[in-house]
Design a protein around this ligand. Structure first.
Ligand code: ARG
Length: 464
């Protein structure tokens, strides 16, 4: 029967081009072990419903275990004539237990509920691994933050000098979105924990099979409440694609900072040799390829999500073959992050920072102007006036080609009667940073607290 799961009502086989279009073993084979696990659970449901006797059930279970062994060892693989992973494995089962017993397994199930279950099992396994790899990037960021508390750098908005900040504060700002990504994966796992097995083609199973039994056997919390939804829904796959894309975007924003920091113009950081590449023509080059690939792959991950949503839009219930198109984008997203995340962790963890350079640049662009205004507010000047005076102070300096820190007591009355000598004391980068000591602020005491909070969040998320 060439491993085909249908044929009785057809006078002939599919045309070559039809078969080539339909075939999915080249990508769905990675679900083979999940399919066999589903089959073992299904065989137990058949046994419980009296559709397999004890002897048959035992032989079936042993046969499926042997098939799993052969698949793991690469001894059994999909053949060119196999349409999909399900057909290939039924062919394999028949090879192991014979066509009579092998032909009994498919009762009461459909490839529609099978595939909907397998993709969930697969994703539940993979997102745990992705979460661990994301945690590795968080570790790298937190480790660098902990090693550099006290190091100042220019903080930017609109990429323009804004206010001085701590390097650790900035690094931790890249870690928190990744913490939320792990939370997203954990939340998604709760929704993935319902098994569609037993939904059959769409209307549910008629042979007294217990979907809850199969769900429990496969480690799901329970079976789905609606068989149509169980076979037709792919929102959870799209949600997974979204979280993968969001991780990509979060890495990409981090990557862009690293790329800027490692330019000669910034000079804030140097990449480790092991995490950069050279140029075939320019001997001096040290390129941030890891960061650039992170930025590039984010686009690809967004494309996977957009493509999947476009596939789902307008599909009538229940199963449609279009749904087969969910696999490659989600598999690609998983594969890309498996190679990307460890590389980003390595790149971040081995960056060498240049504190002198960052300290030198931190006060540039009049980044202490807010501190002038805040000082005036502390002396009870209304903020609107303080803002004006601080602006005039910047203009005064700009016209004379000096920085705010160059101001002396003689300059102050020439700028504004509101300015007292106390302002000169707040005009340091260290003072500016230390002053922002509200919760979540960049003061060293708060950043130390924040690093501990991040570590606690990591522990609390742990393995899910
Ligand atoms: N390969 C299909 C998929 O990935 C599952 C098989 C359902 N095929 C069918 N003709 N009903 O969605």
């Amino acid at each position: 029967d060439q491993g085909r799961l249908w044929g009785g009502r057809f006078a002939g086989g599919p045309s070559e081009a039809m078969f080539a279009l339909s075939k999915s073993t080249q990508f769905d084979w990675r679900l083979a072990l999940h399919d066999i696990a589903g089959s073992r659970a299904h065989a137990k449901a058949l046994r419980a419903a009296g559709l397999l006797d004890d002897e048959q059930a035992a032989a079936m279970d042993e046969g499926l275990a042997e098939l799993a062994r052969r698949v793991s060892a690469g001894e059994f693989v999909a053949a060119d004539s196999d349409e999909d992973v399900h057909g290939a494995l039924e062919r394999g089962l028949k090879e192991v237990v014979g066509p009579e017993l092998g032909g009994r397994l498919r009762a009461g199930r459909s490839r529609n509920d099978q595939i909907a279950t397998l993709i969930r099992s697969y994703l539940r396994e993979e997102i745990r691994l992705i979460a661990q790899d994301v945690d590795g990037v968080i570790d790298a960021l937190a480790g660098q933050a902990e090693r550099h508390v006290g190091v100042v750098m220019p903080g930017r908005t609109h990429l323009q000098s804004a206010q001085p900040i701590l390097l650790s504060h900035h690094l931790l700002a890249h870690a928190w979105p990744l913490v939320r990504d792990i939370e997203r994966l954990r939340d998604l796992d709760r929704r993935l924990a319902l098994s569609p097995y037993g939904s059959a083609a769409l209307a549910g199973t008629s042979l007294g099979l217990d979907p809850q039994l199969v769900a429990r056997e496969l480690g799901f919390d329970m079976s789905v409440p609606n068989s149509i939804d169980g076979t037709a829904a792919r929102d959870l796959i799209a949600e997974a694609a979204y979280v993968l894309a969001q991780i990509g975007v979060d890495l990409s924003r981090l990557a862009e900072d690293v790329i800027l920091w490692c330019t000669a113009e910034f000079g804030f950081a140097t990449l480790d040799d092991a995490w950069s590449t050279g140029s075939s023509i320019m001997p001096q080059k040290k390129n941030p390829d890891v960061a650039e690939l992170a930025r590039g792959k984010a686009g690809r991950l967004i494309g996977n999500l957009a493509g999947l949503l476009a596939t789902l839009k307008g599909l009538p219930l229940a199963y449609n073959r279009d749904l087969q198109e969910d696999k490659e984008p989600i598999f690609d997203g998983i594969d890309q992050l498996h190679v990307l995340l460890p590389a980003v962790a390595g790149m971040v963890g081995t960056l060498t920072f240049h504190p002198e350079r960052m300290a030198q640049v931190a006060p540039r662009g009049f980044s202490l102007a807010t501190d002038v205004a805040d000082h005036l507010v502390r002396t009870r000047v209304p903020f609107a006036v303080a803002h004006e005076v601080a602006g005039e102070t910047v203009r005064y300096c700009e016209e004379r080609g000096i920085t705010l820190q160059d101001l002396t007591a003689e300059d102050l009355p020439r700028i504004s009667p509101h300015l007292d000598a106390g302002v000169l004391e707040v005009l340091t980068v260290e003072g500016s940073v230390a002053a922002r000591d509200g919760r979540g602020g960049t003061a060293p005491v708060r950043v130390r607290e924040q690093a501990a909070e991040l570590r606690a969040a990591q522990r609390q998320l742990g393995a899910f």
